[in-house]
Design a protein around this ligand. Sequence first.
Ligand SMILES: CC(C)[C@H](C(=O)O)[C@@H](O)C(=O)O
Ligand code: SF4
Length: 470
Amino acid sequence: MPQTLFEKIWDSHIVAQENGRSLLYVDRHLVHEVTSPQAFDGLRINKRKVRRTDLTFATMDHNVPTSDRSLPIIDQTSATQIKTLEKNCKEFGITLFDINSPNQGIVHVIGPELGITLPGTTIVCGDSHTSTHGAFGALAFGIGTSDVEHVLATQCIMMEKPKTFEINILGKRKNPHAITAKDIILSIIKKIGTAGGTGTVIEYRGDAISELTMEQRMTICNMSIEAGARAGLIAPDEKTFQYLRGRRYIPKNYEEYVNMWRENLKTDSGAKFDKSFTLHADNIAPQVSWGTNPAMTSDVTENVPFPTEYGKGSTEQEKGAEKALQYMGLKPGTAITDIVIDRVFIGSCTNSRLEDLMEASKVVKGRKVSPKVRAMVVPGSQLVKKNAEDLGLDKIFKDAGFEWRESGCSMCLGMNPDILKAGERCASTSNRNFEGRQGAGGRTHLVSPVMAAAAAIYGHFVDVRELDLN
Ligand SMILES: CC(C)[C@H](C(=O)O)[C@@H](O)C(=O)O
Ligand code: SF4
């Protein structure tokens, strides 16, 4: 029977089945400081070891400051989290990319970068955006802390089989510099809603997906979780194999794996998905979120909607939009391009890789950040930072008035010193615009790196299609 890519990976990892649930073998386990302390405590209490230290990799990203790393960490909670991870990794024999490592970075940026993420594998991490790794044709799930403990101890995870959801993006983007992967995924979430993918693994397909680079594919899969999905997948192709070639942790007989992956890791023709959705890439415009979830998003050319218009007869939707607009301090009918911003954040596991920074730098080059705006670039990893500096991107950003930081989650969420003040409005390349996400009372607008860069220069949102981006 023809099978989907998801079914192939799922079936090949089943260790046992019981009451409709499957025990899956885990090929790679990624660990960070926020969701691991209790898991390690659990192991200690039960006198258990980490079963496969060679398949477990840790980094610190959420709590790390992005300022000068030679200075002590002032925030006590952060300092404790970081010390605890160091201690746990040492005690249990796990590879850790610590705050001083040249490989430190956001867990979802360093996995692919180090070749830990591989096609056809199962990857788990105590973090919802683990879906990012699906860009490589890996089945990658975010898990909770109790599951982290279970995986540390057994290298397996118990799961209910998700449904399959095919999202086809047909056609080609008119201007790939201005209409980015971020705009594709925000457009999808806007259409299917934040619960549109509930209980499913999404496979992204179609010409507009094949055309994307690996880094852009990661942006798409990263936000699968914001559509409610369990994971996102893109079938691997030559771009995938090439991206990974020569990376630190790939297998020695890599080319043999490539031959196997090329043969097997695709959805068979005639395979059935439980759900399907199609979008045309040529209709996509740059996106700006105006509300407090990623589906509350509009084209940059539109106005902030009226709650009735957004709700279209659903009182619940209408009420949600009303509350969101109140929190965001926005008047319905305001042109998106008239929204004035205070802060710009280019970073996060959605958009902090080298290509994101390269694209944003094209907007910034030779221009100045608006005097009313405080803008920062936070590379996703130390390697991204180094590669960007080798290309002189740090200089372009700094000359324009951006802050150039050390790698970490930073202002994606308020777990470190990079936060918004109450009432501050931020153009952010991250993935969540929930109330208080970037700091209590802070207002987040989700955009692409080029849109964020342009907003930094002009002090308000602008349609990047009108700028020369080449
Ligand atoms: C802290 C962590 C558990 C959380 C997640 O799982 O996603 C964080 O990474 C986030 O983006 O909100
Ligand atoms: S960058 Fe943001 S979304 Fe990604 S792992 Fe860190 S906090 Fe979560």
